[in-house]
Design a protein around this ligand. Structure first.
Ligand SMILES: Cc1ncc(COP(=O)(O)O)c(C=O)c1O
Length: 407
């Protein structure tokens, strides 16, 4: 029997999809599950964007486009990315792809060599595809831990100790999946100060949640002098305009744009022609629907944080962005006798019908930071209220030690 490559056998995944399979299985058995697993807006794509796509279909926009994307979209992206960060961006610096996700691989492919010992620093917890792609593409993964006490930022000193002459890329993600944390200006300044000492390091700024910031202004590393040249700004249509299934994202960097376009030619050929026209409308058309979605997310964040902090054994920071909360459930695990967040997650799903992800789905657990689970609050108000009520009841009903003490 022919064998699979080692790289394929070891390829990581997004465990959200594994948990989703568990959830569907339980639902097929007739179980009532409230799910907080999926990292995507629970709204339809705004109607003006749908109409733009239908128009593109009717106008026979059916063929391949240049690999970098249609000029109209690259112009819109350049204007939008530039204006929101107050930096000059040329359409030639922009490459469009099938989502933001492919640019994680294209960036690693473009700045590291397979098996050469080139190192990539990335956050843990973090979007699992970072580590998976670093490994699959033959680079060396160098995780940097985020700390709850720092609002889920890393310590600058810890960045300094991780950078070596072999470091090629630093991945930053603000607002952050899974914690919802943001990198505030002083923390970004500290990162920039360190990177100035290490000109060999590229930065992958995953800014896919940049429009979903609730506390203060969005800060991009590309706003600091000397940084735009070294920064790959990665953003896309998925989260802002509820377009995850349209598969449309983009990356911006003057030097790397031709390399990215070549990777696109070698893999996807181009992003969906229809989705590209839809994205032109998403970026350049009215923003009412996107603003409304953001308002809903903010209301839900306030609701879920407030409710979670009333649950015994659970403490939840108020995250500054995205649509995730990352409550600390260390004490809740102790109360119900779960050995860790993964056992807690599994019991919560099977015994209480609430689906969440555990910290181990986002890289190895950070030592001394306790146990965490992730809720995506891209869910209705009613689902949030019922889901957290189930969580509270689940903990209450299973708190044997406390019951004994009370009796
Ligand atoms: C941090 C982060 N980066 C990138 C992506 C990928 O987004 P896209 O749908 O544009 O590929 C996601 C999606 O969940 C994400 O959470």
């Amino acid at each position: 029997m022919p064998v699979l490559s080692r790289r394929t056998s070891e390829l990581g995944t997004e465990n959200a999809f594994v948990v989703l399979a568990e959830v569907s299985n339980l639902q097929r058995q007739g179980k009532d599950i409230i799910s907080f697993c999926i990292g995507q807006p629970d709204f339809p794509t705004p109607v003006n964007i749908q109409e733009a796509a239908i128009k593109a279909i009717r106008e026979n926009k059916h063929g391949y486009t240049p690999s970098a994307g249609i000029l109209e979209l690259r112009e819109a992206v350049a204007r939008d990315i530039g204006q929101r960060r107050d930096i000059p961006v040329s359409p030639d610096d922009v490459v469009v792809g099938a989502g933001a996700k492919p640019f994680i691989a294209y960036s690693i492919l473009s700045v590291t060599d397979h098996g050469a010992g080139d190192e990539v620093i990335y956050p843990i917890p973090g979007f699992p595809i970072y580590e998976s792609q670093i490994r699959a593409l033959g680079a060396v993964p160098v995780p940097i831990p985020l700390h709850e006490a720092r609002g889920f930022n890393f310590e600058p000193r810890e960045l300094e100790t991780r950078i070596t002459p072999k470091t090629r890329l630093l991945i930053l993600n603000s607002p952050h999946n899974p914690t919802g944390g943001i990198i505030p200006r002083p923390a970004m300044e500290a990162i920039v100060d360190i990177l100035r000492q290490h000109p060999q390091v590229w930065i992958f700024a995953d800014e896919i949640y940049s429009r979903l910031v609730y506390e203060g202004d969005f800060v991009s590393i590309a706003q600091f002098p000397g940084m735009p040249e070294r920064t790959i700004i990665c953003d896309g249509a998925s989260k802002t305009w509820a377009m995850t299934g349209w598969r449309l994202g983009y990356a911006v960097n003057k030097t790397l744009a031709p390399a990215f376009a070549r990777w696109v030619t070698n893999t996807e050929s181009c992003a969906s022609h229809i989705s590209q026209w839809a994205a032109v409308e998403a970026i350049s058309g009215p923003q009412d629907a996107a603003n409304k979605m953001r308002e809903h997310f903010l209301e839900r964040r306030n609701l879920i944080v407030n409710l979670l902090n009333q649950v015994p054994g659970v403490s939840c920071q108020n995250p500054g962005g995205a649509f995730y909360v990352w409550p600390n459930v260390t004490e809740a695990c102790a109360l119900i006798g779960a050995k860790d967040s993964e056992e807690f997650r599994s019991r919560l799903l099977n015994e209480a019908g609430v689906a969440v992800l555990a910290d181990i789905h986002f890289g190895s657990r950070v030592p001394n930071e306790g146990q965490h689970i992730r809720f995506s609050y891209a869910a209705s108000r009613q689902a949030i209220e019922q889901g957290v009520a189930r969580l509270a009841e689940f903990i209450r009903a299973n708190t044997r030690v406390r019951e004994k003490v009370v009796k």
